[in-house]
Design a protein around this ligand. Structure first.
Ligand code: AMP
Ligand code: MG
Length: 285
């Protein structure tokens, strides 16, 4: 325990948080900021810290069941193959599924297109006591939408401030918002797409459109940079997680969740009945 703990020189939330200087172009996608351990140590820690995450999640759930208003929203963004699904399978799985509210956001449906872009987001927000997990999110409305000119620049341009206001309201309502960008290199994406084409058990993850998107890599980098520059706020900061090493990105997101839940300083809800009286009643039953 002592050995593994010291593998972090500073909290993941400090080591990974976007700053005014954050430059995606200069970002090292193979680095392990704040963490000095190797892949073996990370795997061991993922199990150990997954249990810590699960215990904290249960406390959040218990509070929600007892009238508390707190919840968590984990927003996962990243290029194709960056490992968003893997976070759900390998990090979130430590928690009790009853307390997890997972939503993937794809191309808007006909019904969704008839509404404001935040309509489907609002419908998927976590209730009190829940951890909402968004695999893609409202940020697609300033990423894919911007890159493909799906709406005019003045329309997507107004969305950054609107998103900030939306998240401000969320936080004021008791939701802790954790925004994670899984950042892989262009080369790593090629290797991961190649693997999807080499392995029959991975064909289902491959979409020929992913290669078209890959050709737009520089435009996506620019759109992501704008997201970090304009929507990383004090109340809902972005965390840039180097994701070429899955063992690091999974451990890092576990730590971000633990940090956020610990900061809530939740207690177990007190009994809303007379414990001694109930013990007596039980003994007599
Ligand atoms: P996947 O995450 O692999 O299931 O792919 C989902 C696809 O939906 C991605 O190509 C996204 O770019 C796309 N998508 C998500 N949100 C939007 C949106 N608001 N407008 C257009 N495309 C979107
Ligand atoms: Mg995909």
């Amino acid at each position: 325990m002592a050995k593994t703990k010291s593998a972090w020189s500073k909290p993941a939330s400090e080591a990974l948080r976007a700053t005014k200087k954050t430059s995606l172009a200069e970002f090292n996608t193979r680095a392990t900021p704040g963490f000095s351990g190797d892949s073996n140590q990370a795997a061991e820690l993922l199990t150990e810290r997954g249990a810590v995450f699960a215990a904290l999640q249960e406390k959040l759930y218990a509070n929600g069941r007892s009238g508390g208003n707190r919840s968590v929203l984990l927003v996962l963004q990243g290029m194709d193959t960056s490992g968003k699904g893997g976070i759900v399978r390998h990090v979130i799985r430590a928690a009790d599924p009853s307390g997890i509210d997972h939503t993937s956001f794809g191309v808007p449906t006909e019904e969704e297109k008839r509404h404001h872009y935040l309509w489907r987001i609002n419908r998927a927000l976590p209730a009190a006591g829940q951890i909402g997990v968004f695999d893609r999110s409202h940020y697609e409305d300033v990423l894919v939408v911007r890159v493909h000119n799906l709406v005019p620049p003045e329309v997507w341009g107004a969305r950054y401030d609107e998103i900030n206001g939306f998240e401000r309201d969320l936080v004021d309502g008791g939701t802790t918002v954790i925004k994670v960008a899984l950042v892989i290199s262009h080369d790593e994406q090629r290797d991961r797409l190649a693997e999807r084409l080499d392995r029959p058990d991975k064909y289902w993850k491959f979409n020929p459109g992913d290669i078209d998107e890959r050709k737009l890599w520089p435009a996506y980098q620019e759109a992501y940079q704008a997201v970090f520059d304009r929507t990383s706020t004090d109340y809902a900061p972005w965390y840039l997680v180097p994701a070429d090493h899955k063992w690091f990105s999974r451990l890092a997101v576990t730590e971000l969740l633990i940090g956020a839940l610990e900061a809530m300083e939740l207690d177990w809800p007190p009994a809303d009945f007379d414990v001694e009286a109930e013990k007596k009643r039980l003994a007599q039953s």
